[in-house]
Structure formats: C-alpha cells, structure tokens
Ligand binder design. Structure first.
Ligand SMILES: CC(C)(COP(=O)(O)OP(=O)(O)OC[C@H]1O[C@@H](n2cnc3c(N)ncnc32)[C@H](O)[C@@H]1OP(=O)(O)O)[C@@H](O)C(=O)NCCC(=O)NCCS
Length: 195
C-alpha cells in the first residue's frame, strides 16, 4: 500500500492511497470549515446525518464553527467525516452536569464528533486515520467525545486514540444511553536527559 502526503496553500492535507484491497483512490483532507466549498460542507452535513446525528441549525452551526473538518474521499467523492468541534458553552455545561465531569473550555476546548464512514469503506481502520488527523489540530489540549455506550466500534477506536470512559452514562432521546470519553492533555516533550 503506497501512501504519501501533500499540502496545499489552503492548509489542506491529503493522503493518497492505492491499496491492494481497494481499487479506489483514497484521500484524507483536513482543513478549517471555510476552506471547504458550500457544497462540500453540505455533503459533510449529509454524511453526519447518515451517521445517525440529528440535523438542523445546531449541526450547521457546529460544522461552521469547527476547528477542523476531516474528510475521507474515494475517487473524488466525500465518503467519510470527522469534526474537531468547538461546542457551545450551554452544551458543554449540560454534558458536565449529566456526567459529573467538569469540562471547562480553557482546559478542554474541543469535542471530537460527527464520525461517520460509509459502510463499504468501513472495517479497514479509516476511522483511526481520520481521528488522528483531527487530534493533530488540538495543540495537545485535552478533548472529550460522547458516544453511545453500545457503540463498541467507535469506543474501541477512541480507546486506541487515547480516550477513556469518564463519569456517569446518561440517557438522551429514545433511551439512547450515552457515555463520555476524555483524552488528557499531552505532556510536554523533553530531551534525552529529561529536561
Ligand atoms: C465508527 C466508525 C466510523 C468506525 O469505522 P471504521 O474505521 O471502519 O472502523 P473499523 O470497523 O475498522 O473498526 C474500528 C476498530 O474497532 C474494532 N471493533 C470493531 N468491532 C468491535 C466490537 N464489536 N468491539 C470492540 N471493538 C470492535 C476494530 O477491531 C477496529 O480496531 P482495529 O483497527 O485496531 O482492528 C463506523 O463504524 C461508522 O461510521 N459507524 C456509524 C456512525 C457512528 O457510529 N459514528 C460514531 C458516532 S459517535
């Protein structure tokens, strides 16, 4: 499998991969929302809705306000998404109240969410690549995510990215039990002598 990376003036990164298993040309593009076209943002929204998230104004707002949108393209078509979200203070406070875990904006500025990959591209680990790309833009800050407690795949993927379950699960919508996961702030790097 050959993989290489390019950068564009917009700060979009792209990964190209021609795998033995996949005949498609796969690209991963990560960029701020304004670097995507209106139709790309609409496609992002539609994929998030396909993944089971509710649409509406808050979805549009969260996409527009995201720190970074990460997208998976197969043969030039957007087929997978992840957002590094900057959630509203009101939502952050609700999640903190439901779970019993404080999520102060200065220490935990981002939420990882809107993860979805179309079914024929699932099962080969693309979520690891998309999530790693999103986490590269946190500047090492702590981050949270909320995921259904029965979504073993997503929870396993987040576990591999350094997230761990935190606080009490809570119930939303039609008996959907949701659990908080958090990933701590990265520790600073030191030299060979530990300085
Ligand atoms: C979540 C999602 C993005 C994962 O996509 P993916 O990259 O194709 O995931 P994979 O099938 O490769 O599985 C990811 C990991 O979970 C593991 N996994 C799969 N099923 C599992 C299970 N039942 N229990 C524990 N781990 C499991 C896999 O082994 C894999 O780890 P590995 O790569 O180290 O082997 C995809 O399933 C999806 O789009 N689901 C619908 C939307 C959704 O649930 N989004 C999350 C909302 S918060």
């Amino acid at each position: 499998m050959a993989i290489w990376r390019t950068s564009t003036p917009l700060g979009v990164t792209a990964e190209h991969c021609y795998g033995a298993k996949m005949a498609s040309k796969i690209e991963i593009k990560a960029a701020t929302p304004d670097a995507f076209s209106d139709s790309d943002r609409a496609r992002f929204r539609d994929l998030v809705i396909m993944g089971g998230e509710v649409g509406g104004a808050i979805l549009e707002e969260n996409i527009a306000n995201a720190r970074v949108l990460v997208t998976l393209w197969a043969d030039g078509v957007m087929r997978g998404v992840v957002a590094l979200k900057r959630p509203r203070d009101s939502y952050r406070k609700k999640v903190a109240g439901w779970t019993g875990v404080a999520l102060p904006k200065p220490e935990v500025p981002y939420e990882l969410g809107y993860v979805f990959i179309e079914s024929d591209l699932q099962g080969v680990g693309w979520s690891h690549r998309l999530i790693a790309e999103a986490l590269a833009h946190t500047d090492g800050a702590a981050i949270f995510s909320t995921v259904r407690t029965d979504n073993a795949r997503m929870r396993a993927t987040l576990g591999k990215a350094g997230f761990a379950a935190a606080g009490k699960p809570y119930v939303r919508g039609l008996n959907r039990e949701i659990g908080l996961l958090t990933r701590p702030r990265a520790l600073p790097s030191v030299d060979a002598e530990g300085r």
